[in-house]
Design a protein around this ligand. Structure first.
Ligand code: BG6
Length: 430
């Protein structure tokens, strides 16, 4: 079986930084020899230069470029005719394009017959800009592709440690017994970045941190923590469980959300009055009886002092001197850590806090999230992709914040690039 992978937006940032390097790793792993990569581009591109700039020149043998006008149906027909699929072959169409372009490309693909059952459509976030636009986008795609053909990418779900959340919970009796509000005091999902918006001014001005990172990435990590576990680990059952967890969340209270912007952002985007947030902290709660009374915080920001994504599960103490935290380190230094109190060796009866940790060996090669995404799409494994229902459930929770922020009266605090923001940011909620 040959897989033909058509990438719309091959010269874009995502493709250069993530997709092409991921493809190179997949190909060099030797398991996917029958993979052909076709880059679709408006401009005539020099294939060698394009691949070299992404550091993947050795993909040249199985790659080609198809130049076309993405608004012209005749070009889609030409594209369709040039891709001849044999009976067992499959075509993966990866849309790495701005959200505004997705709608038209999807309809033209459909009209040109590039939506037959052996075609899979891989979509990048953001899936809409709010609940209504996400629903409209879904209905539009639904006209041309069946749900089983559509792969909505949230690369955080494909991170190795994100996959380990369900594995740890399910595979270790210890966790099963303490996974509810009787034992857990609060949950924090935190993702801080050192990078700023890195020249993505137009995209970021229309998006902001809530849409860019919270709506998809952090809500998905949270769902993995809150969801009911299907008895024995059954990956195919997980999307439905994630959905139920998201559906249990109450609509967010805008008064419990904080937005911030780093100094210098307005100059970077050339908009002196911009109120787009580069930092956000949101407090949520769940209506699931299992999580009643457990505050949940989701926090993300750009241009902070360190790159880290972690989930902190804080346990209720029965006396002051206890260790009380379990941390999933999603990245970097992937692993799991539990604070434990131990006796300091020696004659004294002193105690100290030490980590009990699980980490991968230093030479372990963890696949990049985009490798996993591509491999799973090739193999028709959908558990690490987000469903349209999950997307809608997540927007529904965050919509009150979007509405409140649209009115402009929510304060926007300003922070300096490289600032340390101390978790769990209690002061921001007082
Ligand atoms: C992307 C966002 O989805 O995720 C970026 O658009 C963000 O703004 C990135 O920087 C973070 O991904 P990762 O895998 O580097 O944590």
């Amino acid at each position: 079986m040959t897989t033909k992978l058509l990438i719309f937006g091959i010269s874009g940032d995502l493709s250069q930084r993530k997709l092409l390097p991921a493809l190179q790793k997949i190909v060099s792993g030797g398991q996917f020899d029958n993979l052909e990569i076709i880059g679709v581009s408006r401009r005539k591109l020099d294939l060698h230069a394009l691949l070299s700039s992404a550091g993947v020149a050795n993909l040249e043998a199985q790659s080609s470029i198809f130049s076309m006008d993405m608004a012209n149906i005749a070009d889609y027909r030409r594209l369709q005719a040039s891709i001849s699929l044999k009976q067992d072959d499959q075509l993966l169409i990866y849309l790495s394009v701005p959200p505004v372009a997705t709608r038209q490309i999807v309809s033209l693909l459909g009209e040109a017959g590039l939506n037959t059952p052996n075609v899979k459509l891989l979509l990048e976030k953001p899936f809409g800009v709010d609940l209504i636009s996400a629903q409209e986008m879904h209905e539009h795609i639904d006209r041309y592709f069946t749900d089983s053909q559509v792969y909505r990418i949230d690369h955080y779900l494909a991170k190795e440690m994100a996959q380990n959340i369900a594995t740890f919970r399910s595979g270790n009796a210890l966790f099963q017994h303490v996974w509810d509000n009787r034992a857990i005091e609060s949950i924090e999902v935190v993702s801080s970045e050192v990078i700023d918006i890195e020249g993505r001014a137009q995209f970021y001005e229309q998006t902001g941190a809530l849409r860019d990172v919270v709506q998809g990435h952090l809500m998905q990590l949270l769902a993995l923590v809150l969801m009911e576990l299907p008895g024995k680990l059954d990956w195919d059952a997980i999307p439905k469980k994630r959905l139920e967890a998201l559906q249990y969340l109450h609509p967010a209270d805008p008064l419990r959300a904080v937005r911030g912007q780093y100094k210098g952002y307005q100059q970077e985007v050339g908009n002196p009055g911009s109120i787009t947030e580069t930092f956000v902290s949101v407090e949520l709660s769940s209506g699931d009886p299992r999580w009643q009374g457990v505050p949940i915080k989701l926090v993300t920001g750009k241009a902070l002092d360190k790159k880290t994504t972690e989930i902190r599960i804080n346990f209720k103490k029965t006396h002051e001197a206890q260790g009380d935290r379990l941390v999933f380190h999603i990245q970097p230094d992937e692993g799991v850590e539990i604070d434990v109190v131990a006796k300091v060796p020696g004659y004294e009866q002193k105690l100290e806090q030490r980590p009990l940790s699980f980490a991968y060996p230093e030479d372990a090669m963890l696949p990049e999230a985009y490798e996993q995404v591509l491999v799973d799409a090739i193999r028709t494994r959908k558990s690490l992709f987000t469903t349209s229902e999950e997307v809608h459930a997540s927007w529904r929770v965050l919509q009150p914040i979007l509405d409140a922020w649209n009115t402009n009266d929510t304060p926007l605090f300003v922070y300096t690039k490289g600032e340390t923001i101390n978790w769990p940011l209690k002061n921001l909620f007082e």
